[in-house]
Design a protein around this ligand. Sequence first.
Ligand code: ADP
Ligand code: MG
Length: 627
Amino acid sequence: MPKINVLPKNVAELIAAGEVVERPASVIKELIENSIDAGADTITVEIQNGGISYMRITDNGCGISYEDVPLAFLRHATSKIKEDNDLNYISTLGFRGEALAAVSSVSRVEMLTCSENEEIGTHYMIEGGLETLYEEAGCPRGTTIIIRDLFYNTPARMKFLKKDVSEANACAAVVDRIALSHPEISIKLIRDGKQTLNTSGDGQIKTAVYSVLGREFANSLIDCKGEYGGVAVSGLICKPVSCKPTRNNQFTFLNGRLVRSGTIIAAVEQAYKNSAMIGKFPVFVLYVNVPFDTVDVNVHPAKTEVRFSDEKRIFESVYASVKNALSQGDTRPEIKMTQPTFNRFERMTTEQFKQTVIKTEAPKEVVTPIKPKPVVEVVKPTVDTPKTFTFHSTKNQSFADTYSFVGENGQKTVPIYAPSVTEKAVLIEKEIETIIDEDKPVITVIGQAFNTYIIAQMGDSIFMIDKHAAHERILFNKLKAQHKVEVQALLTPITANLQKDEYNAITSNLDLLLNAGFEIEDFGSSSVVVRAIPTTLIGEDIVSLLSEMAESLKNTKSVQIEREENLFHTVACKAAIKAGSHTTTAEMKDLAEKVLLSKDIMYCPHGRPVAYEIKKRELEKQFGRIQ
Ligand code: ADP
Ligand code: MG
């Protein structure tokens, strides 16, 4: 580590003054960060009584040379920056040069340190800012710093400390966060004599997450990786069904430093928006790396808040990376049944019989991933399947919508008849070419329950599909993928008189609306003319849809992606087949195929699951065919 310099006054003033020592946890944070800056790859933290009476941090870093030790405890003494310009290129965790000075003024500090180019180390003690010992001493390379009796000379501040256990928990949380941010460093925490954390330091994020957050959690996470405009994002995110009611498990590391960034949290949550239930928050450990000169870390004394020079770029990169990971790594929730409470060989009483109701558990606890490509036995048709078949529809052809379906291998395209929203009995014939894909799993539609849930079988599982949620998601994805929406020009254009704010929202988003299939013209004085609409919306009340769309456009702030998604969401919801409505077998088969063969269709845009899976094995267990 370079020589320690006392900062010139102007640099010192550039650094906003801030209180570093608030509680034991803030001391632990500063001291571990010093060890990391010193290049240590093994750090041991020991605390007693929540850190109030004793904290010890031992590292194998570069150490401090004999003559520099007293300097390290001076205010604004740092080896990490020299002049004002260096503040723009901060790569170390510390740079303010105030932690040791602040800590030593409110506690009794003992340091043992030996730098890399010294034979013999230094033993130093400082109490309430006054040096009490400064001598040479034999010790291993690296630094051990012991803080005793924090706030012993400032009783007023002592009073603000919480119970030992709360302070200890806060210290542990700091150590956890640092362990997650540096999987390449082995970090150990000993709490009142008991080791509570030990990370391997093997450099693997997953191993660190495993040690810190536990095995169950580590297994429900999805890998996330992406780069956009110089912003690199990597890490782990949770499956949408595993979102939690609090934001406690959100970890963002910006250039290796734990930060709380509203922009990053918003970007992640936006990416989950149409997959997670409202009121639930994603769990994530994300490492975001940006060029050092595009971020200001000096906005908050504890350096936990940051400011970016280009918020939009950060938002978009994080959003895209998370969105991408979600679309690739998620799996469908599975329904597991509880075991029958009676012995199946005993005779049941009528009472017991009545109680044998199949209970389903909440999906979040029982998510068992299905393999991305289900291994199923392909049942070959016994008769020659015609390459083309004729489909008789009772619907007006103009309502029909032809979708492109890209198979799992990403190549085959099967145009399929898709359901329409209104029932107009006009008999037409439509020829659909079906490419028979030998690898495609066979999907059999068993029927539908309550005119709402399609029951389909694929491989060794039965799926229950919410037809509205499924169709809504399909339409939403289609709009988002900017696939050409089938548009129908209206013979009689619709003129709509809107409220002033609705009118403003619509007319300032005409391009966006055009992407969604609406050709709208500004007619002045709060009215617009609708000339064309998506084919799927024929028969719907377009004027009230306009108000709904205006609502979704005006409720959102300026982020383009968000406005667009809200709009598509409104359109998809309106155009999707309704629960409880009649659906033909062909329509059900089409929906089931789209849902079960596409990994993108997991949740409706409101975050409700589209389908649940019941494994054959689960049924067999339930019926006592297998144990
Ligand atoms: P800062 O970290 O902001 O520079 P500190 O008061 O935390 O300020 O530390 C002052 C200086 O003491 C550091 O710049 C560094 O040179 C030295 N130092 C502190 N802790 C260690 C350590 N564990 N190993 C090596 N050097 C250290
Ligand atoms: Mg420091």
